[in-house]
Write a protein that binds this ligand. Structure first.
Ligand code: BEZ
Length: 210
C-alpha cells in the first residue's frame, strides 16, 4: 500500500454478499467505512460484524455506507451470516466483499505478512464523498475494534469538513471544539464574535458550531 490520508482510495470492482459493486460508484455522494476482518466463522469477527449491523442505522443517519471485506469464498461468507444473526442478534445488513484472490487486500495493505501472510488484519478506512482517505487504522486479529469510536471519528470528520475547527481529546458530538491554528484571531472573530476561551494563545476553545 502506498496511499496515505488525503490520497484517493483506490477503486475496484468486486463480488459482495449483496452482488457485484464498483466501489466508487457504490460510495456515490456518501461517506464510506471499509473494514477488513480476518476470516469467516471466527469468534471475534462474528462479534464485530454483528455489532456493525446494530450500528448501521447510526451510520445511515450520517450518510455513511459500511462494507466489510475478507478473503473468504462468497459461499462461506453467506453461510456465516446465519451464525452472526443467531449469536449477535443482528442480521448483517450491509455488503461483505469477497476478496478471494487478495487483490483488494494487497492494494489496501490489509495483509501484514509478519502477522499472517494469508489473512487480512483488522483495518478500517473512512472515505469521504470526494473518495479521499480520511482515516486509516490497523488492529491485530486478536483485538476486536471499538466501532463506536469509528462513529465518533465520522462525527468529527463531518464537522471539521464544514467548519474551521478541530476536535480535542475524547471529543463527542455537542462538546466544545478548537479553532484550527491556520485561522488567525482576526478571521476567527468573524465566526466567533463572542470570542473564545483561551488558556494559552494557541488554544482557542469554542462551542461546537451548528
Ligand atoms: C477471531 O475473529 O476470533 C480471530 C480471527 C483470526 C485470528 C484470531 C482471532
Amino acid at each position: 500500500m502506498s496511499f496515505k490520508i488525503g490520497d484517493e482510495a483506490p477503486n475496484f470492482k468486486a463480488p459482495t454478499t449483496l452482488g457485484e459493486i464498483d466501489f466508487h460508484e457504490w460510495i456515490g455522494d456518501n461517506w464510506a467505512v471499509l473494514f477488513s476482518h480476518p476470516k469467516a466463522f471466527t469468534p471475534v469477527c462474528t462479534t464485530e460484524l454483528g455489532y456493525m449491523a446494530g450500528l448501521k442505522n447510526e451510520f445511515d443517519k450520517r450518510n455513511v455506507k459500511i462494507i466489510g471485506l475478507s478473503v473468504d469464498e462468497i459461499n462461506d461468507q453467506k453461510k456465516w451470516l446465519n451464525d452472526i444473526k443467531e449469536t449477535q442478534g443482528n442480521a448483517v445488513n450491509y455488503p461483505l466483499i469477497c476478496d478471494t484472490n487478495k487483490e483488494i487486500a494487497n492494494q489496501y495493505g490489509m495483509i501484514h505478512p509478519n502477522a499472517s501472510d494469508t489473512l487480512t488484519v483488522r483495518t478500517v478506512f473512512i472515505i469521504g464523498p470526494d473518495k479521499k482517505i480520511k482515516l486509516m487504522l490497523s488492529y491485530p486479529a486478536s483485538t476486536g475494534r471499538n466501532f463506536d469510536e469509528i462513529l465518533r471519528v465520522v462525527d468529527s470528520l463531518q464537522l471539521t469538513a464544514k467548519h474551521k475547527v478541530a476536535t480535542p481529546v475524547n471529543w463527542k458530538q455537542g462538546e466544545d471544539c478548537i479553532i484550527i491554528p491556520s485561522v488567525n484571531d482576526d478571521e476567527a472573530k468573524k465566526s466567533y464574535p463572542n470570542g473564545w476561551k483561551s488558556p494559552k494563545p494557541y488554544i482557542r476553545i469554542v462551542p461546537q458550531p451548528k
